[in-house]
Design a protein around this ligand. Structure first.
Ligand SMILES: [Zn+2]
Length: 288
């Protein structure tokens, strides 16, 4: 069962705005997973450029991005379980708080923050005036991701987040997809999706026999990377690994009919993945 709370996104798409208007608190979309409610919190809705695609051929672009651009967005996700309020990524911190407010959540209500990785468009909302924006939240990051950013000379923003949440930090090692689960919290499993960053992790939510994979940056350009999962992007730290994990995850969710949510899937940011015989890749169908 799906509940659309807002629909001003149509206006945004027509205007091809890069930013979601801060007044549009309706940029939230809630999707049920058993007893869980998962809400897309849109931080931006706009267009991506072909310049980020590595080795996309003219034929691929002609077919799937003839204008040289493709729909793109940035989202965080909020998961309400029967006993926890969980934020998955924190976007730029642009509309995050107004979007949370729209679903009745104040920053102090957030119990847990799960980070897929520590790029700026995922941790931008973690701090306010250098202090934790979510004062009561425990922070979960894959050990590998933490270690990558904690290294000297790399990512001051990430290091500041790690320092501010130091006493509330939970480091873990995710499972490979389809292998013995690593359960972080009731109904929340951590799955490796390395390559985009060294510790990039996705989160499988499970409740009452329903599932949703919140897959962070497994894709950045759905229009191209669904039909052609072998295309990496310039943001990937290790493109070869990102391709390997993207292929494995796509195969798994298509085979097991697991819906997905993605940080760069355009609003509503949640939908189904199926095999696409015409490209040999996959199709994405947005949830309604
Ligand atoms: Zn991202």
């Amino acid at each position: 069962m799906r509940i659309v709370i807002g629909f001003l996104m149509i206006v945004n798409i027509l205007c091809m705005t890069v930013k979601v208007d801060a007044q549009n608190a309706e940029n939230v979309f809630t999707y049920r997973v058993g007893l869980f409610e998962v809400t897309t919190l849109a931080e931006s809705i706009g267009q991506g450029n072909k310049g980020i695609l590595i080795d996309a051929t003219p034929e691929m672009l002609q077919k799937y991005a003839p204008e040289g651009t493709f729909p793109n967005g940035t989202n965080a996700y909020f998961v309400k379980t029967p006993d926890k309020n969980i934020l998955v990524d924190a976007g730029y911190g642009r509309n995050l708080f107004i979007n949370l407010k729209a679903i009745g959540i104040e920053p102090e209500h957030v119990d847990i923050v799960l980070l897929t990785h520590m790029h700026g468009d995922h941790i931008g909302g973690m701090l306010r005036d250098g202090k934790p924006a979510f004062p009561n939240a425990q922070l979960y990051i894959a050990q590998k991701e933490h270690d990558y950013w904690a290294a000297d000379g790399r990512g001051e923003q990430a290091r500041n987040v790690i320092a501010a949440y130091k006493s509330k930090l939970h480091l873990f090692e995710p499972a490979e997809i389809g292998q013995k689960a690593v359960t972080l919290l009731p109904g929340i499993e951590a799955v490796a999706a390395y390559g985009h960053t060294p510790g990039h992790t996705v989160f499988l939510t499970k409740s009452n026999n329903e599932q949703l994979l919140i897959w962070g940056d497994v894709t950045h350009a759905m229009a191209i990377q669904m039909p052609y999962p072998q295309i990496a992007v310039t943001y990937d730290v290790t493109p070869k690994d990102a391709i390997t994990y993207r292929k494995a995850i796509l195969e798994y969710v298509a085979k097991n009919k697991i819906p997905v949510a993605g940080a760069h899937i355009i609003f509503p940011g949640i939908g189904a993945v199926t095999n696409d015989p015409s490209s040999g890749g996959y199709l994405f169908t947005p949830a309604k």
